[in-house]
Ligand binder design. Structure first.
Ligand SMILES: [Zn+2]
Length: 129
């Protein structure tokens, strides 16, 4: 008897806690739905195998080469359009963009210096006159 009522009490406590958390049945359904979508965010168009939302492009590419060797990567996954096997996760491209980024502002700064020099010499010149 005692055991049974304990279970009931625990159940009631759990229900109370869930109400405190403020999650309605609809919200729980929605998050479940989202979890389902996340679990099958990527689906191979050929064999319909699914991959988690956080799967890296390199993992998807591995699936292409191991299961469908000779197939274009974007024939399996839309997300692999323009995929570069030598730079699977876009890290090289990101590094290249980072490396190519800084010089531009430097050039602008240098040009300013040049202008300043020109202004200074022009100012000195006019002062002499
Ligand atoms: Zn496949």
């Amino acid at each position: 008897m005692g055991k049974g009522s304990n279970v009931q009490k625990a159940q009631q406590a759990r229900e109370r806690n869930q109400k405190k958390l403020g999650k309605s049945d609809e919200e729980r359904k929605a998050s479940l739905q989202k979890a389902k979508l996340d679990a099958s965010a990527y689906m191979c168009k050929i064999c319909r195998q699914t991959f988690m939302v956080n799967a890296k492009a390199s993992l998807l590419y591995l699936h292409v080469t191991s299961k469908h060797d000779g197939t274009a990567p974007d024939a399996c996954f839309d997300s692999l359009v323009g995929f570069d096997p030598n730079d699977p996760d876009g890290e090289k491209a990101a590094a290249a963009a980072k490396a190519a980024g800084p010089p531009k502002p430097k050039k602008v700064a240098k040009k300013k210096d040049d202008d300043l020099d020109a202004l200074l010499s022009a100012g000195l010149g006019s002062k002499k006159k």
